[in-house]
Write a protein that binds this ligand. Structure first.
Ligand SMILES: C[S@@+](CC[C@H](N)C(=O)[O-])C[C@H]1O[C@@H](n2cnc3c(N)ncnc32)[C@H](O)[C@@H]1O
Length: 511
């Protein structure tokens, strides 16, 4: 049966957790208290912020001291998970409406928040408030996370936001929205944003995030691409539940799916082609398995649908022990009686699947329609200059020019990336360098070893002269036969174009 058109599909939309009027009142209370990112961060201080990143509240509690103003009350209540005196809470926000919605609860000594609501501010000017569950790893947390736990802002959310291209687009999909943070960014440069999740609690809290932040996002319930049926997007951003974990009854919705191994990641990537407009991009952050039977690059290349280009950046590779330890601790199981049994089960699961490790990283897919797709897989455990999205996208733009026929390639004027610089290493007192390396400062700060001739050619690529003229001039300086120099450097120059070190000078091309 053909898939239902998007308009035919029964779209499940969640009810708002707070009425629009109560949401507006809560936002008004936040604004009146100046409960925004800069004042709240200033109130807990640098040590408080650093300790919170380590899941400890003590430094922030001490920074707030005896303060009893609304900003301090809201910060203790929503960020530090501390019970606050009823009178202070009632003075800071519309407590009755929040109690009725279950966002506040009676507790010994006053009221406590049942969710985390904190101000947010992204580097791109995105701002608002994010609602999520309280971090289960915080020292003030009450017990282990519930199976439908809604993760708040995490390092993975920040990385995905930085890897998602920010070009103006028509339609964007936030797949697996969780607390809604990706949509806050997407709403700044997409005309329409659809956010989906399988977890009804995530939809409730994302709805609250959007209401408080004043962004218009179409929320839908369902798995992967089913809530959008045949809909197509210019941009899809997702960090799906990518944790590769043994099957078990108590799975955490935010990190584990019921797929075997890394099957969900594969379905996200392979399924995207049918939902991307021509030129549309999928940005994914996640995990993939390493197997003995197949190099990881080959395995991931097999996930990329025909007609799509892809760039995969593996940022980290963990062995099964490191992997199991990290995720057992994340679920609050370290030190519990079942720890060793669960750990052994994890290892046995990996053995059964033939998994030898897990790669963590980014996958960008662009629907290019090309008959000869470009799929590049890069192992990059080194530093990255964030946000990397623009530099990563430049590699998609480079696919066409890197394949121009020799005549067009050599007649074009090229520009070396503005952030490129040359590093020479020479023994003390030596006249000539022992080695020359070209490096970049932005994005993935890659390096390319060069010889004197290549350095000369690249140094002259400022968009003024056709490449062939530069090659001929360098050949006359070095005494190398021009045709031989061209033949030797052409493949290297094509690779430098493919990796966006060199871009065609469009002003000269159109002269
Ligand atoms: C790691 S969280 C990411 C949340 C959010 N995008 C962020 O950046 O913080 C993964 C989210 O995907 C949701 N999810 C799990 N399985 C899903 C599925 N099959 N389809 C859509 N969303 C799913 C989870 O409920 C969770 O909210």
């Amino acid at each position: 049966m053909p898939p239902a058109a998007e308009s035919d599909c029964r779209i499940l939309r969640p009810m708002a957790i707070l009425s629009p009027a109560a949401t507006a009142d809560l936002r008004g209370a936040f604004e009146a208290a100046d409960y925004r990112i800069d004042p709240a961060m200033a109130a807990i201080g640098a040590a408080g912020r650093a300790a919170l990143a380590r899941n400890h509240t003590v430094a922030a509690e001490r920074a707030l001291g005896e303060r009893d103003d609304a900003l301090a009350t809201l910060t203790r209540l929503f960020v530090l998970q501390l019970t606050q005196p009823k009178a202070a809470v009632e003075a800071a926000l519309p407590a009755a409406a929040l109690l009725e919605a279950g966002l506040l609860a009676e507790a010994e000594g006053g009221l406590r928040a049942t969710v985390d609501i904190r101000p947010y501010g992204g580097d791109d000017g995105s701002a608002g408030w994010i609602a999520s569950d309280h971090a289960a790893t915080l020292n003030t947390a009450r017990g282990r996370p519930r199976p439908d736990h809604v993760l708040g802002l995490s390092p993975a959310s920040v990385s995905l936001a930085q890897l998602t291209p920010r070009r103006p687009v028509g339609r964007a999909l936030d797949l697996g929205t969780g607390c809604g943070v990706q949509s806050l960014h997407l709403a700044r440069h997409a005309r329409q944003v659809i956010a989906t999740d399988v977890n009804p609690r995530a939809l409730d809290l994302a709805g609250l995030t959007f209401g408080l932040s004043g962004v218009d996002v179409d929320l839908r319930r369902g798995s992967l691409y089913s809530p959008v049926a045949t809909g197509r997007f210019d941009l899809i951003a997702t960090n799906p539940p990518f944790v590769i974990a043994p099957p078990g009854p108590r799975r955490l919705a935010y990190r584990e799916s019921s797929d075997s191994g890394d099957g969900l990641m594969r379905r996200v990537v392979t399924g995207a082609a049918a939902h991307l407009e021509e030129g549309g991009v999928l940005a994914v952050l996640g995990n993939w398995a390493h197997e003995t039977s197949c190099p990881w690059e080959e395995r991931l290349a097999g996930w990329i649908a025909a007609g799509c280009d892809a760039l995969v950046v593996q940022r980290e590779l963990l062995d099964p022990y490191e992997y199991a330890e990290i995720w057992l601790a994340d679920a609050g199981l370290a030190g519990t009686p079942s720890y060793r049994r669960r750990y052994d089960r994890w290892l046995a699961y990996f053995d059964a699947l033939g998994y030898t490790g897990v790669g963590l990283g980014w996958i960008l897919v662009q629907r290019s329609g090309s008959a000869q797709p470009s799929i590049r897989c890069l192992d990059w455990p080194y530093a990255v200059q964030q946000p990397a999205a623009g530099d990563l996208m430049a590699q998609f733009d480079a696919v066409g020019p890197s394949r121009w026929p020799d005549g067009r390639f050599l007649a074009a004027c090229w520009r070396l990336a503005a952030d490129a610089y040359e590093e020479s290493v020479r023994p003390p007192g030596a006249a000539d360098p022992a080695s020359l390396t070209l490096r970049r400062r932005r994005g993935l700060p890659t390096a390319v070893p060069v010889d004197g001739a290549l350095a000369g050619v690249l140094g002259a690529c400022d968009g003024d002269l056709p490449l062939q003229a530069i090659l001929d001039a360098v050949a006359s300086l070095t005494g190398e036969d021009p045709a031989a120099l061209t033949g030797r450097l052409l493949p290297v120059l094509r690779e430098l174009v493919a990796t966006a070190w060199l871009t065609p000078d469009t002003t000269v091309a159109s002269r």
